[in-house]
Design a binder for this molecule. Structure first.
Ligand SMILES: [Zn+2]
Length: 215
């Protein structure tokens, strides 16, 4: 039932791992001692789960295709192109974003993250009575935001691709960590007061977060 299966064997591979690759193909990384038929057997046993993963990958590829020549800006599909004749890093207007070099997309994200997130953060922190030390922004994939014991906050510049309500939720989440540096029940209760629909935002990030990294 799976059309494309590739098996990779290596003495450094300690345990069986299956990944879904571009086009929905399966890549099986297996230890040397595991026979090919055992690998295929494992695929069969996990067929349902793997089909779901493939479906997810194909739907991601389709949506990514729809976003071709565009990027998400505060949740909206926005045009993006490169004009090497441009004398600045980028120009951003109603019609879209033009970069002089595709590498400047990070600079654009940083400028916009500072402009959009910083005032929101000040508002939420003062409303909640939770002062912070510093805020920084980085082009990170690992997390959308973080809060340290020293009261320093960090946000991923990629967040500006998410809808406004989602950006707000991430800000609220990190501000709540200024009082509760954990994910306890008490922490989530606080989040819920400030962001009653936070679960929708969590879901949005889980389902669409990947689209914020296509450029
Ligand atoms: Zn957290």
């Amino acid at each position: 039932m799976f059309e494309k299966i590739e098996i990779k064997r290596d003495k450094n591979i300690k345990r069986l791992k299956i990944e879904v690759k571009e086009g929905g193909s399966l890549l099986i990384s297996a230890p040397m001692f595991l026979s090919e038929s055992k690998c295929i057997e494992f695929v069969g046993q996990n067929a349902k789960k793997l089909s779901k993963m493939i479906e997810r990958q194909l739907s991601f590829e389709q949506k990514r295709e729809e976003l071709s020549g565009h990027f998400l800006y505060v949740g909206k599909k926005t045009k993006i192109d490169v004009d090497t004749a441009l004398k600045r890093k980028y120009i951003f207007s109603q019609t879209g974003l033009t970069l002089s070099d595709s590498r400047h997309f990070s600079a654009f994200l940083l400028d916009e993250a500072k402009r959009i997130i910083t005032p929101k953060l000040h508002d939420v922190a003062s409303f909640y009575g939770a002062p912070f030390e510093n805020v920084s922004f980085r082009d990170t994939k690992s997390r959308w935001g973080s809060c340290s014991a020293k009261r320093n906050l960090n946000f991923s510049t990629r967040l500006i691709g998410a809808p406004k309500s989602v950006i707000e939720y991430v800000v609220i989440h990190e501000v709540c960590h200024l009082k509760e540096l954990n994910h306890s029940k008490r922490f989530w209760e606080q989040v819920k007061i400030l962001a009653p629909h936070y679960r929708e935002s969590e879901r949005w990030l889980k389902e669409n977060g990947r689209f914020l990294f296509i450029h």
